[in-house]
Design a protein around this ligand. Structure first.
Ligand code: UDP
Length: 253
């Protein structure tokens, strides 16, 4: 018997750092396998899962730009980095017996399908985990903004934003032991207090489209499942009110 779930369709945002060893450059297959195990367990609840993959373990466009490269070129390089993580995640998920599809916003047909919304929805209906690489395909954006945009257009009920800490804090909990964790924040709290959740474009998009965000710690086993089941409060909820569920106002078909 399948366990109870709260959400039918979720978008999971994984930063590039989740795919690597803490603070290190590149990919760690063991870490990637851990993520894949969590996704497999969450998918077994019967929830449709779309994963947006970041690339910060390889390249962040603004950092390369600071070092002297043209901004747009740096950002395209950053987007290519996300595809490396996406391919690794797809491979380990398939190795675990999952059905997956990788779609990218920059065409690279030898390794992935182009992102087509209706195809993405059809894959979900066929029980596939859909992985999205290359962000939105445009420079000057982030994969957090990608996650907000795609979550809305595919009709995800929640954006699950995986991080390495337990939620959103008043200060960096790794530096300040007095940092307070918030259970709930409104979108405006996040924007006006400049809290480090996602970039302002991503938060604004979620606010405009009434899309709740759960910020949670990926390093704690079972947290994706807990977030999806919703019977145990984890992380920080960012929404209009603390009891918000997503408005059923977007026709995802
Ligand atoms: N990027 C971009 N457009 C997008 C998504 C990403 O230009 O739509 C670039 C940008 O340079 C970014 C890099 O890809 O720094 C990696 O993405 P991100 O920083 O969001 O990865 P994360 O921090 O989640 O690992």
């Amino acid at each position: 018997m399948r366990r109870k779930k709260k959400y039918k369709r979720v978008l999971l945002k994984l930063s590039g750092e989740a795919f690597g060893k803490e603070g290190a450059f590149g990919l760690d297959i063991k870490e990637t396998r851990h993520i894949a195990e969590e996704i497999k367990e969450a998918h077994s609840l019967g929830t449709e899962i779309v994963v947006v993959v970041g690339g910060g373990n390889f390249i962040r466009g603004h950092e390369l730009h600071k070092a002297g490269l043209t901004r747009a070129v740096s950002d395209y390089m950053g987007m290519l980095g996300t595809v490396i993580n996406a391919l690794a995640l797809q491979d380990v998920l398939e190795e675990m017996g999952m059905n997956t599809r990788l779609q990218t916003a920059i065409e690279m047909r030898e390794v992935a399908e182009p992102y087509i919304r209706r195809k993405c929805l059809s894959h979900l209906e066929k029980n596939c985990v859909v992985i999205l690489g290359a962000g939105l395909g445009s420079p000057l954006l982030t994969t957090d903004t990608t996650a907000a945009q795609r979550a809305t257009e595919i009709g995800a009920e929640v954006l699950l934003k995986a991080t390495k800490v337990d939620g959103v804090f008043s200060a960096d909990p790794e530096k300040d032991p007095k940092a307070k964790k918030y259970d709930f924040l409104s979108y405006l709290d996040v924007l006006t207090q400049h809290l480090k959740v996602m970039d302002a474009t991503a938060i604004t998009s979620c606010m405009d489209n009434d899309l709740p965000i759960i910020v949670f710690n990926l390093k704690k086993r079972g947290n994706i499942v807990k977030a999806i089941r919703g019977d145990e409060k984890i992380g920080t909820l960012v929404a209009v009110t603390s009891s918000t569920r997503r408005r059923e106002n977007i026709d995802a078909r």
